[in-house]
Write a protein that binds this ligand. Sequence first.
Ligand code: BGC
Length: 419
Amino acid sequence: MEQNLTFPNNFFFGASISSHQVEGNNHNNWTVWELKNAHRLAQGSEFRKDWTPVWDEIEKDAKNPKNYISGIATDHFNRYREDFDLAKQLNLNSLRFSIEWSRIEPIEGEFNQEAINHYHEYIDELRKRNLEPFMTIWHWSLPVWFEEKGGFTKRKNIKYFTRFVEKLGQEYKEKITYWITLNEPRIYVSESFLNGRWPPQKHSILTYYFTLMNLRESHRKAYCIIKKYCPDSIVGIAENVASYTSGMGLINRLTRKLFAWYELRVIRGYNKYLDFIGLNYYFHRHIHNFNVTKIAENTDKVSDLGWDMYPQGIHSPLVKLKDFKKPVIITENGLADKKDIHREWFITETLKSVKRAIDDGVDVKGYLHWSLTDNFEWDSGFWPRFGLIDIDYKNDFKRTIRESALRYAEIIRQTSVDH
Ligand code: BGC
């Protein structure tokens, strides 16, 4: 029999997006980097062959440099009202978005009133539709001038970030209750300063560590600034936490524990300055003989990006986060699935596991699916399709709700009927 999927009253059912991935026409450290790296990324895309089950379908896009240039993205900057209407059609009651720092402060110390007003209107349009705004202050993209100063790698640069947060506090204090300071600082420092995949492509454990510490400090300061302007605000951070299993034997088990411990250790650094924890759940990792694989023994399903699909796994980080004694909001969870073959199953199984975690005493307040629409997936570009809503890039960015999204809408409808 179908498990009863009734969620607590006032549960947030929503979706997430981020400025750089959808807005279009940005000018930030990513857009600069994309222009320099698009050819390299296209030429080096062959490695995907071993990862993605849909290589034949995506090969052409993956080998096309244009795929790696965000350009006008989904043109959300101009079409956001349409996107909000679609979110409403899906019965969503919340939307997580991010403010683009490079729009608000394109030149150091000079705030752009037009951009500030844009987000005022944007938030008003969300509120008009009863979509609770979850505002992320920083989702990875940086103004070019800030990157040129060394960005978050330098302690002395934190003051630029806090000045920006002050501005946001002054401007949006009456409009925003839910603030998310930073998106996945640990993933950002890994990809930008350790693995060297993202701008500024460094390989340095020291820079990794110091940048992570600077982001921690930035979060703490941002938290205090937001509280100064809006004492009733609810402020959190979004971090990526995986679920883990391991092969037999002591070494495998210890390695698994170490990985899991480290992820939580990073969150502990923010904990005194958190009203809620934002969980981004994507990965299941299986540890076996010094190998970290994304493929669990008990699943053979992978997404278009070759990521393990293990929706049940979300129960494990949720239960671990209980130790922090803070409410949890799932700020991201989703999969690249262009043909929409797995998404319905994935969402249903995820929500079943979230419900199980709530029944086990975890204070989960919401689930925001990644993503509302297809978008620009960083160094993978446009071909991975994470959207509840398909974007036809070749046909005037036509938006079409995917079948799986209707199932999500139905679960939301059902839970509200049950109350
Ligand atoms: C990021 C998103 C990204 C998603 C899928 C998350 O870690 O916050 O920006 O698109 O993963 O890769």
